[in-house]
Design a protein around this ligand. Structure first.
Ligand code: PMP
Length: 305
């Protein structure tokens, strides 16, 4: 259960949490066309709260809306301000933020011409998405029988609401079988991403991550690329298969919710030593330093509240 905060920003106004309700004919509820973001705010070492990579998340929100031809009736700056103000109004020092763009009620059917485009920013407190133990010791990943979207089936560069049916099917399948997270392969059979995270493997000191062809181009993925370069660790965007992962030295997932989570097992094969490896640990540590404002090099990623 999400713990209620005081207010939700809906269509330009803060309203009490319990009053943030929509009509049953809300178009997105029926047909799944909507876009959203997942953003985190952390309490920094200096005691202040900062939203991590807020302009980049808002930019991706607008890109997603552009791809899906939804006209957001606010500016990027309005959304950034709504995120900042939501944390202030809710007295939240650390939180997960969920900007959501959806089609409101009006016409039904697949061509809703004049239905309002509605906008919400919801904030709540959310711990480690794949668990504290997962962050520390690594998670068990399982390849799902569900394939990641083909790029001409869903718009994979958009963080579209409906895209997540595929993720939910995969996640349910593997959690029911006792694993922590699902790995999805692309339609050619190569590794794409996890149900809500990008994936990285390490072999002989080189990090590899799938190219952004059928994946959501993650903002945390971008952080990993920047951090790896800064640390002098070679990193490549390259296709690889699930058996490349079986024999990798290390593997990890990246995502706003999951942060940097080591993978200790895939399909019942131990990866490397079965414990988070040195490169994974270094990337994870640097990422956590960055989000907490402990590394001046990454201060431009912080929007103080
Ligand atoms: N892939 C998918 C399918 C996701 O849902 C997410 C989480 N938004 C990611 C990758 C990682 O993206 P980010 O690092 O921007 O959170």
């Amino acid at each position: 259960m999400v713990d209620k905060a005081k207010f939700i920003w809906l269509d330009g106004k803060f309203i009490p949490w319990d009053q943030a309700q929509v009509h049953i004919l809300t178009h997105t509820l029926h047909y799944g066309l909507g876009v959203f973001e997942g953003v985190r705010a952390y309490q920094c070492a200096n005691g202040r709260t900062a939203i991590f990579r807020l302009p980049e998340h808002t930019r991706r929100l607008f890109d997603s809306a552009h791809i899906l031809q939804m006209e957001i009736p606010f500016s990027e700056d309005d959304i950034n301000q709504a995120c900042i103000e939501a944390l202030r109004q809710n007295d939240q020092k650390e939180a997960y933020l969920r900007p959501l763009i959806f089609i409101g009620d009006g016409a039904m059917g697949l061509h809703p011409q004049n239905n309002p485009i509605r906008v919400a920013v919801i904030t709540w407190v959310w711990g480690a998405y794949l668990g504290d133990e997962g962050l520390l010791s690594g998670i068990r990943l399982k390849t799902s029988s569900f394939t990641r979207h083909h790029v001409n089936v869903m718009m994979t560069s958009a963080k579209g609401v409906g895209n997540y049916v595929n993720s939910i099917l995969a996640k349910r399948e593997v959690t029911k079988a006792g694993y922590d997270e699902a790995l999805l392969l692309d339609t050619a059979g190569y590794v794409a991403e996890a149900s809500g995270e990008n994936i990285f493997m390490v072999k002989n000191g080189i990090i590899k991550t799938p190219p952004s062809t059928s994946i959501l181009p993650g903002i945390t993925r971008d952080c990993v690329i920047v951090i790896a370069k800064d640390l002098g660790i070679p990193i490549q965007e390259a296709r690889f298969s699930r058996d490349d992962l079986y024999i990798a030295d290390e593997a990890f997932l990246s995502g706003t919710a999951a942060e940097i989570t080591p993978v200790r097992e895939l399909d019942d094969r131990r990866i490397g030593t079965g414990k988070p490896g040195p490169i994974t640990k270094k990337i994870q540590e640097t990422y956590f330093d960055a989000v907490h404002g402990k590394k001046p090099r990454y201060d431009s990623w912080l929007t103080y509240v």
